[in-house]
Design a protein around this ligand. Sequence first.
Ligand code: NAI
Length: 411
Amino acid sequence: MKTSFPKGQIEVVLLEGTHPAGTELVSQAGFDVSVHHGALEGGALIKAIGRAHVVGIRSKTQLSAEVLKHCERLLAVGCFCAGTNQVDLDAATLGGVPVFNSPFSNTRSVAELTMSEIIALHRRMTARSAALHGGKWDKSAAGSHEVRGRTLGIIGYGHIGSQVSVLAEAMGMKVIFFDTQSKLPLGNARVGQSLEAVLSQSDVVTIHVPENESTKGMIGNAQLRMMKAGSYLINNARGSVIHLEALRKAVDDGHIAGAAVDVFPYEPSAKGEAFVSVMQGAENVILTPHVGGSTVEAQEAISVDAAGKLVRFVNTGATTGAVNVPNVDLPEQVDGAGRTHRILNFHRNVPGVLGKIHEAAAELKVNISGQYLRTRGDMGYVVLDTDPAQAEAFKRRMEGIEESIRTRMLW
Ligand code: NAI
């Protein structure tokens, strides 16, 4: 079947060694894929992606406004990671380029790390291991507990928090949680009435909130002292949530029996950079270098998720999951035999654009069999499935509308 644009001419450039599962998916879609194992910058980056229709990066490659200016054919960007800070989203939006990411593919990995820490802290595992590495045989049950029957407090009952809830109950723990949104408690979990209520009732507290104004510094000295004496605290969320000096004090004076910390207010950006934290050297404290979501399985899931979103956008126009443009979830085109054309139009969201589009359709006597519209801030995205007869002329009229940013047609 003839398609609007030969799939083999769609150039996809993947940088930073994204997991091969995503590369495979893009290749299977028939696109022309080139892979760069490292991150690129400056002229080398522009040379590599300047003619690409789709670019996939991880967190190191910086897609600044200047870089994006050189990518005239760019249709979409995929961030094969959770964040999108490395892309100038305003510049991408102005160019009608959706930016996709994969925020939840590592949920299970964080939940599993958390589970391992809950047990490790209850058994003082790292301290015991360190003692033995140092030649000290200290066999005793003192300070060791089963987790069965103990109460786990979860702060933030989103993707990760709720997953931890299910796993913890499977091990016989009681779960109580606090979330600012109303959340359905899974299994036998109970809703705590406040942050304070959860802190004061739990034997171990784990934090799974995002970084925002309400969570910055949410656990300081006052909150730590509300926790039960001898309880444990885990932070695999964001470094700004816990006041680490206060935590160190509470660990040193024994009020908190142990902690696990994966995220820090300042994290080294390069591998060789030294790590410094007030938590270093504290008894029964597990420190990990922001690896909660870092597993081979998560990398694979991220790659498949991000690549899938890119392929779907190129083939159908669906922007589901894009962080910077209106999300429109689209069905396959009504008729794959070539009778329906799909026109995709990003435009500035000002009153009257849709009127102009409908006026053009009426003048050209275009029959519209499907229409999907979403707006988000300054951006509008309209998708029209039309009869093929006047589709090309209709597309040109849409391109000519003053507010249009980018128009593409699929058939
Ligand atoms: P999510 O968005 O699914 O869930 C977050 C939950 O926190 C939501 O239910 C929200 O309503 C709740 N929340 C927001 N503000 C709150 C407040 N002030 N008090 C109580 N609840 C509040 O996010 P997800 O995927 O569960 O991630 C949670 C955290 O884990 C994020 O900070 C994320 O950045 C971090 N993370 C860390 C990783 C690591 O490698 N350590 C990997 C992946 C995520």
